[in-house]
Design a protein around this ligand. Structure first.
Ligand code: CP3
Length: 343
């Protein structure tokens, strides 16, 4: 059988039609997701229920035939496994017990113990690697240390990551301790996902854009580089996708600086600029605005074609610039796929 299209693009091949998947493709815009989530009870119960988590991962594959499936889980399961309390407030988002002092950092569990909590996630991966169609690639993931740290330090999502920036300025040893613990924990977590059957791993640094100057290198790039190097040493041949969201012009050079096979770009950079400054170094993924999944129509078609054309000269995986939102229309997703595949 020919190698899967996503793996070919990640290996640097320029394909006539880019393979496609979508961030948050299993999510609230799909009625079948909402039904399974209701059956599970709440979001975390769904994440820790291997049968149901596998089911929601498969739903968008059945409906749309995406080229990749992304494991259904959340970036905040790792801090929970490390000992932070985690819960989700409906309509608002995640809440965690905060870690801002040396004492709280020292009370986190030894990293060998994270698998006790995370075993159901590895079980989900095993089910998926059995049940996915032969041509579909299974992507595992984790949050990048900086992004996960912003939630652990603030105890919730914040518009400007203020509490994490404050800790970085006021108590550097504790801040760096959190980043280091998360970096090592992420390596163990991703490694187990790969052993269970993940064929690619993606590192989500959703708040990389708020790191300026040297901080971007120190706390976004370097931890992603360390994770990528460790994964490649333990699991040669497993491709890594790095997603420093909001990096802007700093996307140039991210392949080399992190060692990642693919750099995912958000919608804040123009596809023609990406072709010239990022794709010259390897595979890129992105960058359609998620809002097109709400508004649809000719603008969706035109913008999808424009991105495909701009990135047609090198390896490209079509995706949105960020996750699809709950108010998206499932028919617009089909229109995007038909446009990518049909020209
Ligand atoms: O992409 C996928 O379909 C795979 C699963 C996945 C989820 N979250 C499921 C989810 C992935 C890869 C994530 C990553 C994630 N989680 C990130 C990084 C990417 C990004 O979006 O920036 C972040 C920052 C989180 C933390 C998180 N999880 C927040 C802030 C929220 C609440 C906001 C929201 O959209 O409701 C979540 C909840 C969450 N994670 C949902 C899903 C499908 C919605 C939960 C629900 O069903 O109510």
């Amino acid at each position: 059988m020919a190698q899967k299209t996503i793996l070919r693009a990640l290996a640097g091949e320029t394909l006539p039609t880019p393979p496609i998947w979508m961030m948050r493709q299993a999510g609230r815009y799909l009625p079948e997701y909402r039904a399974t989530r209701a059956e599970a009870g709440d979001f975390l119960s769904l994440c820790y229920n291997p049968e149901l988590a596998a089911e929601v991962t498969l739903q968008p594959i059945r409906r749309y035939g995406f080229d990749a499936a992304i494991l259904f889980a959340d970036i905040l399961l790792l801090p929970q496994a490390m000992g932070a309390d985690l819960w989700f407030v409906t309509g608002e988002g995640p809440r965690l017990s905060t870690i801002t002092t040396a004492d709280e950092l020292a009370k986190l569990k030894p990293l060998e113990e994270i698998h006790e909590t995370l075993n159901p996630v590895y079980e989900t991966v095993k089910i998926l690697s059995r049940e996915l169609p032969d041509e579909t690639t299974l992507i595992g993931f984790a949050g990048a240390p900086w992004t996960v740290a912003t939630y652990m330090i603030a105890g919730r999502g914040t518009p400007d990551q203020g509490p994490a920036h404050a800790l970085k300025a006021e108590n550097r040893p504790v801040f760096e301790g959190i980043i280091n613990q998360l970096t090592e924990g992420t390596i163990l977590y991703l490694s187990k996902q790969i052993e269970a059957g993940a064929e690619v791993v993606k590192i989500f640094d959703s708040w990389a854009g708020s790191l300026e100057g040297d901080d971007f290198t120190e706390f976004s790039i370097k931890p992603m580089q360390r994770i990528t190097a460790a994964i490649k040493e333990m699991h040669p041949g497993i491709p890594v996708i790095a997603f420093p969201r909001g990096a802007g012009t700093k996307y140039a050079g991210v392949h080399a600086a992190t060692g990642a096979d693919c750099v995912a770009v958000d919608d804040g950079v123009d596809a023609a600029w990406v072709a010239e400054h990022v794709q010259k170094d390897g595979c890129v993924q992105g960058n359609l605005k998620s809002s097109h999944m709400v508004t649809g129509g000719q603008a969706l078609v035109d913008e999808t074609r424009r991105i495909c054309k701009a990135l047609s000269g090198g390896p490209h995986i079509f995706n949105l610039g960020h996750g699809i939102t709950p108010d998206a229309d499932p028919e617009n997703v089909q229109l995007m796929i038909d446009t990518v595949r049909g020209g």
